[in-house]
Design a protein around this ligand. Structure first.
Ligand code: MG
Length: 261
């Protein structure tokens, strides 16, 4: 069932979201050629805990034989989402997607960005711009009275009209006391369809874009999702509060750089 949040709950989600946003903003400094994804993960976890948060991805889902082992997902190049941090060293020209989740006082924040490592190709740069642009096109539709399909169609239209594809097998999601709550927010859909959006809903909108075919597969590590054709992918995410009118972004990583400037 879709939960509407009280003012007190929303304030806790703002706190969780600000922790996530701070980690992502720091990633812009930390991500550079020569650093490992394990080092990025250590820095992220340290900052989340210093701010009074709990890394929500670590050990997720509870009871799984293969729980996620880290505080962030770090996915490089053809890796779309859910990459496991480790000894891999970032090199000039890579693109890296960082997904961060934190719990503050029982409430979740979840967001992510894809960053260039040093100088990247014009093709990679454009993929990042389109994937980030699609997120803001989606958020523009995330308002009370619209439906989930309005968000999904905005993502799909924005991405496909620019020559890329959207993921089919993974979605954004409601968020609050749980990291994943109803409704799902697909990257493809039709306007006017799906659950109605109400003031007080909190949702994580994620754009997951592939330069090639939309098909993906999961690596034997049980987590890392890659493009089936090996082509580049990118991902951006915000947790937002649905209101009458414009949504409030609860994970304001864009306040420092990027499209929000
Ligand atoms: Mg998410």
């Amino acid at each position: 069932m879709i939960q509407l949040k009280s003012a007190g709950e929303i304030e806790k989600m703002r706190r969780a979201g600000r922790i996530v946003a701070e980690v992502l903003e720091r990633m812009r400094e930390w991500v550079r050629p020569g650093i490992t994804t394990a080092e990025l993960n250590e820095k992220a976890e340290e900052l989340i805990r210093r701010r009074g948060g709990i890394p929500s991805f670590k050990g997720y889902p509870p009871g799984s034989p293969h729980p996620f082992p880290a505080a962030i997902c770090a996915s490089i190049n053809e890796e779309l989402v859910h990459g496991i941090p480790g000894p891999r060293v970032l090199k000039e020209g890579d693109i890296i997607s960082i997904d961060v989740g934190a719990i503050y006082d029982g409430y979740h924040g979840d967001a992510g960005i894809t960053l260039p490592v040093g100088e990247v190709s014009p093709e990679a740069r454009r993929l990042l711009e389109v994937t980030e642009g699609a997120l803001y096109a989606a958020i523009a539709q995330a308002r009370a009275g619209n439906r989930v399909g309005d968000i999904s169609a905005a993502i799909q239209n924005y991405v496909e009209s620019r020559g890329y594809n959207v993921v089919r097998e993974y979605t954004g999601h409601g968020i609050g006391r749980q990291m994943h709550e109803p409704p799902q927010i697909p990257n493809h859909g039709e306007p006017g369809r799906g659950p109605l959006l109400w003031p007080g809903m909190t949702v994580a909108i994620e754009t997951m874009v592939l330069a090639g075919d939309y098909r993906v597969r999961t690596l034997p590590d049980h987590w890392t999702v890659v493009s089936a054709d090996g082509k580049l992918t990118a991902y951006f995410e915000h947790t937002v509060l649905i209101r009458d009118g414009e949504a409030e972004i609860l994970t304001p990583w864009h306040m420092g750089q990027g499209i929000g400037e």
